[in-house]
Ligand binder design. Structure first.
Ligand code: NAD
Length: 500
């Protein structure tokens, strides 16, 4: 069922630092989607027959092309999302890193061999491509999340259909353009069936109703990898599960740092500032709660306020800026709503707050001030259970580590976590089975800024998915257990006799 031409609209991408339109793209229709999947299926049939190390060679060319264009791509990320230039460039660096990782991985897609219980039999596992992978990405990492999925999925032998956030379509166009340029020029992969190699990486920019729903319902996509809010994950996860497909869900976080009384407070301060204020609090791993020992909370709160007041807010392309704008007016409104609830709950706003937002109201762009909220001892405000995608940090106090861990784990999400301490006992307790319940747990560094070498993702409402390094590649493949009888008898497993 296709859309009529009249339904096809243009989508403007807005620079959140200025409110200006930086470009427009055409929203794609259901027909465009159907064609993209059909073409991906056709070229995928050829791609999966190319030896994995050769697929790695193509990915190496893609990573090198991103290397050559790191500055303009990074600056586009900054223009489209408002994250500061260092983070925009850092995001493309992450794409390059995962590309390099995938190249090495292309020679390591190994399965185990084990011993058969039957004589003259061999038993082993191997991994095959899944087919065409659907990737849905969030606005806040408009390039890296796609690259995490696409580079691994590609060396694993899959085609990758990408539906980006409608808040960051130009980055998706630019990244796909780099990939398509490489695929047009390379001579490693020439599909035997005359298909276009570019069709391996289709980009489909469209609404959740047209493209999003088509993807979740489409049985030709054996895996849908979706990054975004917990609400999105519930919808996408539910629909894909309904057709017994697989999902890889990377959803919201509500990440906390525990600061013990023996912590290096200088270190904790720097890590928490970057974690809570960096990317204007718009990372899934942003620090949203600090649980501070009561012996040091007053000193630490005062130092945090001082640090918050020194944060330079402004043009994200200016090297001196530490915090850019929020993504759009709705994000500012969501922050105002949370601050309204904070006021209703009688919490103490130490800096920022509604006044901080008012101070930027007359400027173009969607600027706010980072906000620090002190929660009275014993209080448990419901607003702090939510992931408000903005720079609001809640400061709690605790008396002992048991209390801190209980409070730490009480929320619904389980993405990233950290403890600052010089006690081996406290650090190990935090990392133990009775400690942090998150997918990521750090000691003496913050919650934000993961490396690509480890598996990335979280538990509970964060969705349970793992992407990026380690053995996350397995999500993009299907496992096959193979038994080979090289003898002349037919022994059955478990010693079953079945003779006529
Ligand atoms: P969002 O949930 O609004 O949108 C994410 C993506 O899902 C977008 O592409 C959107 O168009 C799509 N989408 C939404 N509903 C859909 C549906 N019903 N069917 C198909 N697609 C649908 O999130 P956002 O505002 O873009 O990003 C912020 C959120 O993403 C935060 O919650 C953040 O924590 C989370 N996030 C998580 C990770 C992670 O790795 N865990 C990484 C980045 C962002």
């Amino acid at each position: 069922m296709g859309m009529t031409t009249a339904q096809i609209a243009d989508l403007a991408s807005i620079n959140p630092a200025t409110g200006e339109v930086i470009g427009t793209v055409r929203l794609q229709s259901r027909d465009d989607y159907e064609q993209a999947v059909a073409r991906a299926e056709a070229v995928g049939a050829s791609w999966r027959r190319l030896p994995a190390p050769k697929r790695g060679e193509v990915v190496r060319l893609i990573a090198n092309a991103m290397r050559d264009r790191i500055e303009p791509l990074g600056e586009l990320v900054t223009r489209e999302t408002g994250k500061i230039r260092a983070e925009g460039i850092g995001e493309i660096q992450e794409c390059i890193d995962i590309g390099d990782f995938a190249v090495g991985l292309s020679r390591q897609l190994y399965g185990i061999t084990t011993h058969s219980e039957r004589p003259d039999h061999r038993l082993y596992e191997q991994w095959h491509p899944l087919g065409t992978i659907g990737v849905i990405t969030a606005f806040n990492f408009p390039a890296a999340v796609w690259a995490w999925n696409a580079m691994l999925a590609a060396v694993c032998g899959n085609a990758v259909l990408w539906k980006p956030s409608l808040l960051a379509p130009l980055t998706a166009v630019a990244m796909t353009g780099v990939v398509h340029d490489v695929l047009r020029e390379q001579d490693v992969f020439k599909p035997s069936n005359g298909a276009d190699p570019c069709d391996l990486f289709p980009l489909v920019i469209g609404t959740d109703e047209t493209i999003g729903q088509a993807m979740t319902a489409d049985r030709r996509l054996p895996l849908v990898s979706a990054t975004g809010s917990c609400a999105m994950g519930r919808t996408v996860g539910g629909t894909v599960a309904g057709r017994l497909g697989r999902t890889l869900l990377e959803l919201g976080g509500n990440n906390a740092v525990i600061v013990m009384s023996d912590a290096d407070l200088d270190l904790a301060l720097r890590a928490i500032l970057f974690g809570a204020v960096g990317t204007a609090g718009q990372r899934c791993t942003s620090t949203r709660r600090v649980l501070c020992h009561r012996d040091v909370i007053d000193t630490f709160a005062a130092r945090l306020v001082e640090a918050y007041r020194s944060v330079r807010i402004g043009d994200p392309l200016d090297q001196a800026t530490l915090m850019g704008p929020l993504i759009n007016e709705l994000a500012v409104q969501n922050m105002c709503n949370a601050l309204g609830e904070i006021a209703n709950e009688g919490l103490d706003v130490l800096c920022g707050g509604l006044e901080g937002i008012a101070r930027h109201a007359d400027e173009p762009g969607f600027f706010v001030e980072p906000t620090l909220v002190r929660v009275p001892a014993g209080a448990d405000p419901r607003i702090a259970w939510q992931e408000t995608f903005a720079p609001i940090l809640y400061l709690y106090e605790f008396a002992d580590l048991d209390e801190a861990i209980e409070r730490h784990n009480a929320v619904d999400q389980g993405l990233s976590s950290a403890i600052f301490t010089s006690s081996m006992h406290a650090a190990e307790r935090f990392l133990s089975a009775d400690g942090s319940d998150c997918g990521i747990a750090n000691v003496n560094l913050g919650t934000s800024g993961a490396e690509i070498g480890g598996a990335f993702g979280g538990e509970k409402d964060t969705g349970g998915g793992r992407e990026s390094g380690s053995d996350a590649w397995r999500a993009y493949m299907r496992r096959q257990t193979c038994t080979i009888n090289w003898g002349s008898d037919l022994p059955l497993a478990q010693g079953i006799q079945f003779e006529s």
